[in-house]
Design a protein around this ligand. Structure first.
Ligand code: NAI
Length: 480
Protein backbone atom coordinates (compact mmCIF):
# COMPACT_ATOMS: atom_id res chain seq x y z
CA UNK A 1 0.00 0.00 0.00
CA UNK A 2 1.41 3.39 -1.00
CA UNK A 3 2.14 5.58 2.02
CA UNK A 4 2.17 9.38 2.16
CA UNK A 5 2.97 12.04 4.74
CA UNK A 6 -0.34 13.73 3.98
CA UNK A 7 -3.57 12.65 2.32
CA UNK A 8 -6.07 15.37 1.43
CA UNK A 9 -9.71 14.42 1.01
CA UNK A 10 -11.34 16.92 -1.37
CA UNK A 11 -9.87 19.18 -4.04
CA UNK A 12 -11.66 22.50 -3.49
CA UNK A 13 -10.00 25.75 -2.35
CA UNK A 14 -9.30 24.23 1.10
CA UNK A 15 -8.08 20.86 -0.16
CA UNK A 16 -5.99 21.72 -3.19
CA UNK A 17 -4.31 24.66 -1.44
CA UNK A 18 -3.44 22.48 1.58
CA UNK A 19 -2.04 19.83 -0.79
CA UNK A 20 0.12 22.38 -2.64
CA UNK A 21 1.29 23.95 0.62
CA UNK A 22 2.15 20.52 2.08
CA UNK A 23 4.17 19.73 -1.05
CA UNK A 24 5.90 23.13 -0.83
CA UNK A 25 6.73 22.21 2.78
CA UNK A 26 8.57 19.15 1.44
CA UNK A 27 6.07 16.43 2.35
CA UNK A 28 4.80 13.57 0.18
CA UNK A 29 1.15 14.26 -0.63
CA UNK A 30 -1.87 12.46 -2.10
CA UNK A 31 -5.15 14.17 -2.94
CA UNK A 32 -8.49 12.47 -3.58
CA UNK A 33 -11.14 14.29 -5.64
CA UNK A 34 -14.31 12.83 -7.14
CA UNK A 35 -14.94 15.65 -9.62
CA UNK A 36 -12.84 18.31 -11.29
CA UNK A 37 -10.47 20.26 -9.05
CA UNK A 38 -11.54 23.62 -7.64
CA UNK A 39 -14.64 22.54 -5.71
CA UNK A 40 -17.75 24.66 -5.54
CA UNK A 41 -15.75 27.87 -6.02
CA UNK A 42 -14.27 27.08 -9.42
CA UNK A 43 -16.97 24.75 -10.77
CA UNK A 44 -20.29 25.94 -9.36
CA UNK A 45 -19.72 29.10 -7.32
CA UNK A 46 -17.43 32.11 -7.16
CA UNK A 47 -15.91 31.94 -10.63
CA UNK A 48 -18.86 30.93 -12.86
CA UNK A 49 -21.14 33.42 -11.09
CA UNK A 50 -18.57 36.16 -11.58
CA UNK A 51 -18.44 35.45 -15.30
CA UNK A 52 -22.23 35.81 -15.50
CA UNK A 53 -22.04 38.85 -13.19
CA UNK A 54 -19.54 40.50 -15.46
CA UNK A 55 -21.67 39.84 -18.58
CA UNK A 56 -24.76 41.14 -16.75
CA UNK A 57 -22.88 44.32 -15.87
CA UNK A 58 -21.86 44.75 -19.52
CA UNK A 59 -25.49 44.33 -20.49
CA UNK A 60 -26.57 46.97 -17.97
CA UNK A 61 -24.15 49.37 -19.69
CA UNK A 62 -25.65 48.59 -23.09
CA UNK A 63 -29.14 49.24 -21.72
CA UNK A 64 -28.11 52.53 -20.09
CA UNK A 65 -25.01 53.66 -22.03
CA UNK A 66 -22.59 56.18 -20.61
CA UNK A 67 -22.93 59.86 -21.52
CA UNK A 68 -22.42 60.55 -25.21
CA UNK A 69 -23.07 57.01 -26.40
CA UNK A 70 -26.07 55.86 -28.36
CA UNK A 71 -26.61 52.13 -28.57
CA UNK A 72 -29.34 51.68 -31.18
CA UNK A 73 -29.55 47.97 -31.13
CA UNK A 74 -27.98 45.07 -29.33
CA UNK A 75 -28.74 41.45 -28.59
CA UNK A 76 -27.08 38.59 -26.75
CA UNK A 77 -26.79 34.85 -27.07
CA UNK A 78 -27.00 33.47 -23.56
CA UNK A 79 -25.94 29.97 -24.67
CA UNK A 80 -22.64 31.41 -25.94
CA UNK A 81 -22.12 33.14 -22.60
CA UNK A 82 -22.58 29.76 -20.87
CA UNK A 83 -20.09 28.18 -23.31
CA UNK A 84 -17.57 30.90 -22.43
CA UNK A 85 -18.19 30.29 -18.71
CA UNK A 86 -17.58 26.55 -19.19
CA UNK A 87 -14.38 27.28 -21.10
CA UNK A 88 -13.00 29.50 -18.32
CA UNK A 89 -13.97 26.97 -15.66
CA UNK A 90 -12.18 24.19 -17.59
CA UNK A 91 -9.06 26.33 -17.98
CA UNK A 92 -8.96 27.08 -14.26
CA UNK A 93 -9.75 23.57 -13.01
CA UNK A 94 -7.19 22.17 -15.45
CA UNK A 95 -4.72 24.75 -14.16
CA UNK A 96 -5.14 23.45 -10.60
CA UNK A 97 -4.49 19.88 -11.80
CA UNK A 98 -1.31 21.05 -13.56
CA UNK A 99 -0.14 22.86 -10.41
CA UNK A 100 -0.65 19.71 -8.33
CA UNK A 101 1.24 17.60 -10.84
CA UNK A 102 4.07 20.14 -11.02
CA UNK A 103 4.43 19.84 -7.21
CA UNK A 104 4.40 16.01 -7.51
CA UNK A 105 1.15 15.62 -5.59
CA UNK A 106 -0.30 12.18 -6.37
CA UNK A 107 -3.85 12.57 -7.68
CA UNK A 108 -6.60 9.99 -7.13
CA UNK A 109 -9.87 10.67 -8.96
CA UNK A 110 -12.72 8.99 -7.07
CA UNK A 111 -14.71 8.94 -3.84
CA UNK A 112 -12.44 8.58 -0.83
CA UNK A 113 -13.33 7.32 2.62
CA UNK A 114 -11.44 6.72 5.84
CA UNK A 115 -11.18 2.92 6.11
CA UNK A 116 -9.29 2.85 9.40
CA UNK A 117 -6.85 4.61 11.67
CA UNK A 118 -4.23 3.70 14.27
CA UNK A 119 -1.21 5.29 15.92
CA UNK A 120 0.68 5.28 12.61
CA UNK A 121 -1.94 7.20 10.70
CA UNK A 122 -4.90 6.63 8.42
CA UNK A 123 -5.96 4.10 5.79
CA UNK A 124 -8.06 5.40 2.92
CA UNK A 125 -10.18 3.52 0.43
CA UNK A 126 -10.88 5.17 -2.92
CA UNK A 127 -13.66 4.14 -5.33
CA UNK A 128 -11.98 5.36 -8.52
CA UNK A 129 -14.20 6.96 -11.17
CA UNK A 130 -14.18 7.90 -14.85
CA UNK A 131 -11.68 10.73 -14.36
CA UNK A 132 -9.07 8.26 -13.10
CA UNK A 133 -6.14 7.68 -15.48
CA UNK A 134 -6.01 3.96 -14.69
CA UNK A 135 -9.28 2.56 -16.08
CA UNK A 136 -8.43 -1.03 -15.06
CA UNK A 137 -8.55 -0.44 -11.33
CA UNK A 138 -11.83 0.29 -9.53
CA UNK A 139 -10.52 0.56 -5.99
CA UNK A 140 -7.32 1.96 -4.49
CA UNK A 141 -6.03 1.80 -0.93
CA UNK A 142 -3.45 4.20 0.45
CA UNK A 143 -2.19 5.17 3.88
CA UNK A 144 -1.03 8.50 5.27
CA UNK A 145 0.50 9.78 8.49
CA UNK A 146 -1.77 12.83 8.38
CA UNK A 147 -5.22 13.44 6.98
CA UNK A 148 -6.79 16.71 5.84
CA UNK A 149 -10.59 16.56 5.47
CA UNK A 150 -11.78 19.25 3.06
CA UNK A 151 -14.94 17.87 1.47
CA UNK A 152 -16.91 21.12 1.48
CA UNK A 153 -20.65 21.68 1.19
CA UNK A 154 -23.58 21.40 -1.24
CA UNK A 155 -26.89 23.24 -1.62
CA UNK A 156 -29.33 22.48 1.19
CA UNK A 157 -32.33 20.40 0.12
CA UNK A 158 -35.68 20.21 1.90
CA UNK A 159 -37.94 17.33 0.86
CA UNK A 160 -41.14 19.46 0.68
CA UNK A 161 -39.32 21.75 -1.78
CA UNK A 162 -39.27 18.87 -4.32
CA UNK A 163 -36.06 19.95 -6.03
CA UNK A 164 -36.36 18.07 -9.34
CA UNK A 165 -33.31 19.80 -10.90
CA UNK A 166 -35.54 20.85 -13.84
CA UNK A 167 -38.11 23.47 -12.87
CA UNK A 168 -37.04 23.58 -9.19
CA UNK A 169 -33.29 23.95 -9.11
CA UNK A 170 -30.32 24.88 -6.94
CA UNK A 171 -27.49 27.28 -7.70
CA UNK A 172 -25.66 24.34 -9.35
CA UNK A 173 -28.21 24.03 -12.17
CA UNK A 174 -28.88 27.77 -12.31
CA UNK A 175 -25.35 28.21 -13.63
CA UNK A 176 -25.93 25.90 -16.58
CA UNK A 177 -29.32 27.06 -17.86
CA UNK A 178 -28.92 27.81 -21.54
CA UNK A 179 -31.99 30.01 -21.72
CA UNK A 180 -33.13 32.82 -19.49
CA UNK A 181 -36.37 31.89 -17.71
CA UNK A 182 -39.12 34.46 -18.37
CA UNK A 183 -40.16 34.29 -14.74
CA UNK A 184 -38.02 33.21 -11.81
CA UNK A 185 -38.70 32.79 -8.10
CA UNK A 186 -35.69 32.70 -5.79
CA UNK A 187 -36.27 31.16 -2.36
CA UNK A 188 -33.82 32.76 0.09
CA UNK A 189 -32.55 36.33 -0.14
CA UNK A 190 -29.08 35.53 1.18
CA UNK A 191 -25.79 35.83 -0.70
CA UNK A 192 -26.51 33.26 -3.42
CA UNK A 193 -30.14 34.34 -3.87
CA UNK A 194 -29.20 38.02 -4.31
CA UNK A 195 -26.29 37.29 -6.68
CA UNK A 196 -28.63 35.26 -8.93
CA UNK A 197 -31.43 37.84 -8.68
CA UNK A 198 -28.94 40.43 -9.96
CA UNK A 199 -27.77 38.26 -12.87
CA UNK A 200 -31.11 36.94 -14.12
CA UNK A 201 -33.01 40.22 -13.74
CA UNK A 202 -30.35 41.94 -15.84
CA UNK A 203 -30.74 39.30 -18.55
CA UNK A 204 -34.50 39.92 -18.60
CA UNK A 205 -36.09 37.49 -16.14
CA UNK A 206 -39.02 38.67 -14.12
CA UNK A 207 -37.52 37.92 -10.69
CA UNK A 208 -39.20 37.50 -7.32
CA UNK A 209 -37.28 36.83 -4.09
CA UNK A 210 -39.04 35.09 -1.19
CA UNK A 211 -37.14 35.53 2.08
CA UNK A 212 -38.01 34.19 5.52
CA UNK A 213 -36.45 37.06 7.49
CA UNK A 214 -37.57 40.73 7.54
CA UNK A 215 -34.76 41.79 5.15
CA UNK A 216 -32.64 40.43 2.32
CA UNK A 217 -28.89 40.06 3.03
CA UNK A 218 -29.81 40.05 6.70
CA UNK A 219 -26.29 39.25 7.88
CA UNK A 220 -24.92 42.44 6.28
CA UNK A 221 -24.93 45.97 7.75
CA UNK A 222 -28.56 47.22 7.78
CA UNK A 223 -27.68 50.18 5.50
CA UNK A 224 -26.16 47.84 2.92
CA UNK A 225 -29.16 45.57 2.97
CA UNK A 226 -31.46 48.59 2.55
CA UNK A 227 -29.33 49.99 -0.30
CA UNK A 228 -29.48 46.67 -2.15
CA UNK A 229 -33.21 46.34 -1.60
CA UNK A 230 -33.73 49.80 -3.13
CA UNK A 231 -31.42 49.01 -6.07
CA UNK A 232 -33.30 45.74 -6.68
CA UNK A 233 -36.70 47.44 -6.47
CA UNK A 234 -35.61 50.05 -9.02
CA UNK A 235 -34.89 47.15 -11.39
CA UNK A 236 -38.32 45.62 -10.73
CA UNK A 237 -37.06 42.72 -8.64
CA UNK A 238 -39.99 41.86 -6.42
CA UNK A 239 -39.13 41.04 -2.81
CA UNK A 240 -41.39 39.34 -0.28
CA UNK A 241 -39.91 39.35 3.22
CA UNK A 242 -41.04 37.49 6.31
CA UNK A 243 -42.53 34.75 4.16
CA UNK A 244 -42.16 31.09 4.98
CA UNK A 245 -42.39 28.63 2.13
CA UNK A 246 -44.60 25.64 2.81
CA UNK A 247 -44.01 23.59 -0.32
CA UNK A 248 -43.04 23.83 -3.97
CA UNK A 249 -44.66 21.88 -6.78
CA UNK A 250 -42.66 21.11 -9.95
CA UNK A 251 -43.80 22.47 -13.31
CA UNK A 252 -47.37 21.40 -14.13
CA UNK A 253 -49.15 21.36 -17.51
CA UNK A 254 -48.88 25.16 -17.75
CA UNK A 255 -45.08 24.79 -17.52
CA UNK A 256 -44.87 26.67 -14.24
CA UNK A 257 -43.60 25.57 -10.84
CA UNK A 258 -45.75 26.74 -7.92
CA UNK A 259 -44.51 28.02 -4.57
CA UNK A 260 -47.03 27.84 -1.72
CA UNK A 261 -46.35 29.98 1.34
CA UNK A 262 -47.44 29.04 4.88
CA UNK A 263 -49.87 31.99 4.58
CA UNK A 264 -51.60 30.13 1.74
CA UNK A 265 -50.43 32.51 -0.99
CA UNK A 266 -49.25 30.82 -4.20
CA UNK A 267 -46.71 32.20 -6.69
CA UNK A 268 -45.84 30.63 -10.03
CA UNK A 269 -42.76 30.88 -12.24
CA UNK A 270 -40.93 29.06 -15.04
CA UNK A 271 -38.08 28.24 -12.67
CA UNK A 272 -37.58 28.27 -8.91
CA UNK A 273 -34.07 28.53 -7.47
CA UNK A 274 -33.75 27.27 -3.89
CA UNK A 275 -30.86 29.04 -2.12
CA UNK A 276 -31.55 28.69 1.59
CA UNK A 277 -28.09 27.71 2.78
CA UNK A 278 -25.74 24.74 2.40
CA UNK A 279 -25.21 21.30 3.97
CA UNK A 280 -21.93 19.54 4.67
CA UNK A 281 -20.49 16.87 2.37
CA UNK A 282 -19.87 14.40 5.14
CA UNK A 283 -21.97 11.33 4.31
CA UNK A 284 -20.02 8.18 3.44
CA UNK A 285 -16.62 9.52 4.54
CA UNK A 286 -16.35 6.87 7.27
CA UNK A 287 -15.81 9.51 9.95
CA UNK A 288 -18.30 7.93 12.39
CA UNK A 289 -15.83 5.12 13.18
CA UNK A 290 -12.90 7.49 13.76
CA UNK A 291 -14.53 9.20 16.77
CA UNK A 292 -14.00 12.70 15.30
CA UNK A 293 -15.98 15.17 17.39
CA UNK A 294 -18.49 17.63 15.92
CA UNK A 295 -19.41 21.19 17.01
CA UNK A 296 -22.83 22.34 18.22
CA UNK A 297 -23.48 23.60 14.68
CA UNK A 298 -22.84 20.10 13.36
CA UNK A 299 -19.51 20.81 11.69
CA UNK A 300 -16.20 19.03 12.33
CA UNK A 301 -14.65 20.36 15.53
CA UNK A 302 -11.10 21.69 15.17
CA UNK A 303 -8.71 23.62 17.39
CA UNK A 304 -7.02 26.90 16.43
CA UNK A 305 -4.46 24.84 14.41
CA UNK A 306 -7.29 23.14 12.46
CA UNK A 307 -6.54 19.76 14.06
CA UNK A 308 -9.60 17.65 14.89
CA UNK A 309 -10.13 15.67 18.07
CA UNK A 310 -8.06 12.88 16.44
CA UNK A 311 -4.32 13.53 16.39
CA UNK A 312 -3.00 13.88 12.84
CA UNK A 313 -6.46 14.48 11.34
CA UNK A 314 -7.09 18.06 10.26
CA UNK A 315 -10.17 19.68 8.70
CA UNK A 316 -10.57 22.84 6.62
CA UNK A 317 -13.10 24.92 4.74
CA UNK A 318 -16.91 24.68 4.82
CA UNK A 319 -16.78 21.46 6.84
CA UNK A 320 -15.57 23.37 9.94
CA UNK A 321 -17.07 26.39 11.71
CA UNK A 322 -16.81 29.85 10.20
CA UNK A 323 -18.25 31.50 7.09
CA UNK A 324 -18.45 29.37 3.95
CA UNK A 325 -16.00 31.41 1.89
CA UNK A 326 -13.40 30.14 -0.60
CA UNK A 327 -10.58 32.36 0.69
CA UNK A 328 -11.32 31.36 4.30
CA UNK A 329 -11.15 27.73 3.15
CA UNK A 330 -7.76 28.25 1.48
CA UNK A 331 -6.47 30.05 4.57
CA UNK A 332 -7.64 27.08 6.67
CA UNK A 333 -5.74 24.78 4.31
CA UNK A 334 -2.49 26.68 4.73
CA UNK A 335 -2.83 26.63 8.54
CA UNK A 336 -3.38 22.85 8.51
CA UNK A 337 -0.52 22.17 6.07
CA UNK A 338 1.95 24.27 8.06
CA UNK A 339 1.01 22.63 11.37
CA UNK A 340 1.47 19.18 9.82
CA UNK A 341 4.91 20.29 8.65
CA UNK A 342 5.78 21.41 12.19
CA UNK A 343 5.42 25.14 11.50
CA UNK A 344 3.23 26.07 14.43
CA UNK A 345 0.42 28.38 13.27
CA UNK A 346 -2.86 29.44 14.81
CA UNK A 347 -5.73 30.84 12.81
CA UNK A 348 -7.56 34.07 13.45
CA UNK A 349 -10.57 35.17 11.41
CA UNK A 350 -10.79 38.69 12.92
CA UNK A 351 -9.71 40.26 9.64
CA UNK A 352 -11.72 38.23 7.15
CA UNK A 353 -12.97 40.22 4.16
CA UNK A 354 -15.90 39.11 1.98
CA UNK A 355 -17.70 40.38 -1.09
CA UNK A 356 -21.15 40.02 -2.57
CA UNK A 357 -21.48 40.58 -6.29
CA UNK A 358 -24.72 42.44 -6.75
CA UNK A 359 -24.62 45.58 -8.87
CA UNK A 360 -22.94 47.62 -7.42
CA UNK A 361 -21.01 45.05 -5.37
CA UNK A 362 -20.73 44.90 -1.59
CA UNK A 363 -17.56 44.47 0.47
CA UNK A 364 -17.02 44.00 4.19
CA UNK A 365 -14.19 43.27 6.62
CA UNK A 366 -14.07 42.96 10.40
CA UNK A 367 -16.84 44.27 12.63
CA UNK A 368 -20.12 45.79 11.47
CA UNK A 369 -22.58 48.02 13.29
CA UNK A 370 -24.85 45.81 15.35
CA UNK A 371 -22.18 43.13 15.93
CA UNK A 372 -21.72 41.82 19.48
CA UNK A 373 -17.95 42.25 19.47
CA UNK A 374 -17.98 46.05 18.99
CA UNK A 375 -15.98 48.08 21.53
CA UNK A 376 -17.97 50.27 23.93
CA UNK A 377 -17.09 53.46 22.05
CA UNK A 378 -16.43 53.73 18.37
CA UNK A 379 -16.68 56.29 15.58
CA UNK A 380 -17.90 55.83 12.06
CA UNK A 381 -16.50 57.58 9.02
CA UNK A 382 -18.22 57.62 5.69
CA UNK A 383 -17.51 58.80 2.19
CA UNK A 384 -19.66 58.73 -0.88
CA UNK A 385 -18.70 57.58 -4.37
CA UNK A 386 -20.45 60.70 -5.71
CA UNK A 387 -17.62 62.84 -4.23
CA UNK A 388 -14.79 60.84 -5.83
CA UNK A 389 -13.43 62.08 -9.17
CA UNK A 390 -12.62 58.65 -10.55
CA UNK A 391 -16.09 57.33 -9.67
CA UNK A 392 -17.64 60.20 -11.62
CA UNK A 393 -15.25 59.61 -14.54
CA UNK A 394 -16.36 55.98 -14.55
CA UNK A 395 -20.03 57.00 -14.19
CA UNK A 396 -20.17 54.94 -11.01
CA UNK A 397 -21.46 57.49 -8.52
CA UNK A 398 -23.73 55.12 -6.56
CA UNK A 399 -22.39 53.87 -3.26
CA UNK A 400 -20.43 54.62 -0.12
CA UNK A 401 -17.78 53.26 2.20
CA UNK A 402 -18.25 53.21 5.97
CA UNK A 403 -15.31 52.67 8.30
CA UNK A 404 -15.59 51.77 12.00
CA UNK A 405 -12.85 53.12 14.27
CA UNK A 406 -12.16 52.35 17.93
CA UNK A 407 -12.54 55.71 19.64
CA UNK A 408 -9.41 55.87 21.80
CA UNK A 409 -6.81 54.00 19.76
CA UNK A 410 -8.17 55.16 16.37
CA UNK A 411 -7.59 51.63 15.12
CA UNK A 412 -9.75 50.43 12.24
CA UNK A 413 -12.06 47.69 13.54
CA UNK A 414 -14.17 47.14 10.45
CA UNK A 415 -15.44 48.54 7.19
CA UNK A 416 -18.33 47.90 4.85
CA UNK A 417 -19.53 49.49 1.68
CA UNK A 418 -21.28 49.20 -1.61
CA UNK A 419 -20.06 50.63 -4.90
CA UNK A 420 -17.92 49.91 -7.95
CA UNK A 421 -14.85 47.77 -7.15
CA UNK A 422 -15.51 48.05 -3.41
CA UNK A 423 -13.99 44.59 -2.74
CA UNK A 424 -10.62 46.05 -3.86
CA UNK A 425 -10.98 48.99 -1.42
CA UNK A 426 -11.86 46.56 1.36
CA UNK A 427 -8.66 44.61 0.56
CA UNK A 428 -6.61 47.70 1.40
CA UNK A 429 -8.46 48.18 4.69
CA UNK A 430 -7.93 44.49 5.52
CA UNK A 431 -4.16 45.01 5.14
CA UNK A 432 -4.20 47.99 7.50
CA UNK A 433 -6.27 46.01 10.00
CA UNK A 434 -3.92 43.04 9.77
CA UNK A 435 -1.04 45.24 10.92
CA UNK A 436 -3.19 46.94 13.58
CA UNK A 437 -3.37 50.17 11.55
CA UNK A 438 -5.01 53.40 12.68
CA UNK A 439 -6.76 56.04 10.61
CA UNK A 440 -3.46 57.96 10.66
CA UNK A 441 -1.66 55.00 9.06
CA UNK A 442 -4.23 55.17 6.28
CA UNK A 443 -3.75 58.96 6.03
CA UNK A 444 0.04 58.48 5.76
CA UNK A 445 -0.37 55.98 2.95
CA UNK A 446 -0.18 57.93 -0.31
CA UNK A 447 -3.07 57.03 -2.59
CA UNK A 448 -2.72 57.45 -6.31
CA UNK A 449 -4.94 60.07 -7.93
CA UNK A 450 -7.36 59.66 -9.51
CA UNK A 451 -8.45 56.33 -8.09
CA UNK A 452 -11.42 54.93 -6.23
CA UNK A 453 -8.91 54.05 -3.48
CA UNK A 454 -8.97 57.72 -2.39
CA UNK A 455 -12.34 56.89 -0.83
CA UNK A 456 -10.46 54.87 1.84
CA UNK A 457 -8.53 57.74 3.56
CA UNK A 458 -11.52 60.07 3.16
CA UNK A 459 -13.82 57.61 4.98
CA UNK A 460 -11.22 56.92 7.67
CA UNK A 461 -10.61 60.64 8.35
CA UNK A 462 -14.32 61.39 8.34
CA UNK A 463 -14.49 59.41 11.60
CA UNK A 464 -12.77 62.40 13.29
CA UNK A 465 -14.47 65.02 11.13
CA UNK A 466 -11.38 65.61 8.96
CA UNK A 467 -12.30 64.29 5.53
CA UNK A 468 -10.79 66.70 3.02
CA UNK A 469 -13.38 66.55 0.26
CA UNK A 470 -16.54 66.42 2.39
CA UNK A 471 -18.57 69.52 3.31
CA UNK A 472 -20.15 68.14 6.47
CA UNK A 473 -17.37 65.94 7.82
CA UNK A 474 -18.13 65.60 11.54
CA UNK A 475 -17.01 63.03 14.07
CA UNK A 476 -19.93 60.72 14.74
CA UNK A 477 -19.32 59.00 18.05
CA UNK A 478 -21.25 55.86 18.73
CA UNK A 479 -21.81 53.77 21.79
CA UNK A 480 -22.58 50.15 21.50
P1 NAI B 1 -27.36 32.22 3.15
O1 NAI B 1 -27.34 31.64 4.49
O2 NAI B 1 -26.47 33.35 2.79
O3 NAI B 1 -28.86 32.72 2.81
C1 NAI B 1 -29.98 31.89 2.87
C2 NAI B 1 -31.20 32.76 3.05
O4 NAI B 1 -32.34 31.94 2.92
C3 NAI B 1 -31.26 33.41 4.42
O5 NAI B 1 -31.49 34.78 4.26
C4 NAI B 1 -32.43 32.70 5.08
O6 NAI B 1 -33.15 33.51 5.96
C5 NAI B 1 -33.29 32.31 3.90
N1 NAI B 1 -34.15 31.15 4.12
C6 NAI B 1 -33.83 30.02 4.78
N2 NAI B 1 -34.88 29.16 4.74
C7 NAI B 1 -35.86 29.77 4.03
C8 NAI B 1 -37.18 29.40 3.63
N3 NAI B 1 -37.68 28.21 3.97
N4 NAI B 1 -37.93 30.26 2.90
C9 NAI B 1 -37.41 31.47 2.56
N5 NAI B 1 -36.17 31.88 2.91
C10 NAI B 1 -35.40 31.04 3.63
O7 NAI B 1 -27.17 30.98 2.17
P2 NAI B 1 -26.86 30.95 0.61
O8 NAI B 1 -27.29 32.21 -0.05
O9 NAI B 1 -27.45 29.68 0.14
O10 NAI B 1 -25.28 30.89 0.55
C11 NAI B 1 -24.59 29.78 1.17
C12 NAI B 1 -23.19 30.13 1.57
O11 NAI B 1 -22.38 30.37 0.46
C13 NAI B 1 -23.14 31.35 2.46
O12 NAI B 1 -22.54 30.98 3.67
C14 NAI B 1 -22.27 32.33 1.73
O13 NAI B 1 -21.34 32.94 2.60
C15 NAI B 1 -21.55 31.50 0.68
N6 NAI B 1 -21.43 32.27 -0.55
C16 NAI B 1 -20.56 33.31 -0.60
C17 NAI B 1 -20.48 34.09 -1.73
C18 NAI B 1 -19.57 35.25 -1.75
O14 NAI B 1 -18.71 35.37 -0.90
N7 NAI B 1 -19.71 36.18 -2.71
C19 NAI B 1 -21.28 33.83 -2.91
C20 NAI B 1 -22.18 32.75 -2.72
C21 NAI B 1 -22.22 32.00 -1.59
Amino acid sequence: MENFDVCVLGGGPAGYVSALKSAINGLSVAIIEKDRFGGTCLNRGCIPTKILYSKAKYLSRLKAPEHGFIVDEFSFNYGEIIDYKDEVVLTLTGGVEKLLKARKVKIFYGFGRVAGSDDNGFRLGIALNEYSADKNIEEAQISAKNLIIATGSSPLMISSFNIDHKSIITSDEALSLREIPKSLIIIGGGVIGCEFANIFSEFGSNVKIIELLPSILSTEDAEISKFTRKAFKSRNIDITNGAEVDSIAPAAANGKAAVTLKSGEIFEADKVIVSIGRRLNIAGLGLEDTGIKMTERGRIKVDSRNETSIKGAYACGDIIDGPMLAHKASFDGIIAADNIAGINREKNYDVLPWSIYTNPPIGTVGLKEGDDGLPLNYNTGRFSYAANGMALAMEEKEGFLKVLVEEKSKKIIGATGVGADIPELIAEIASHMHYGGTIFDIESTIHSHPTLSEIVPESALDSIGEAIHKFNSRAAKKHR
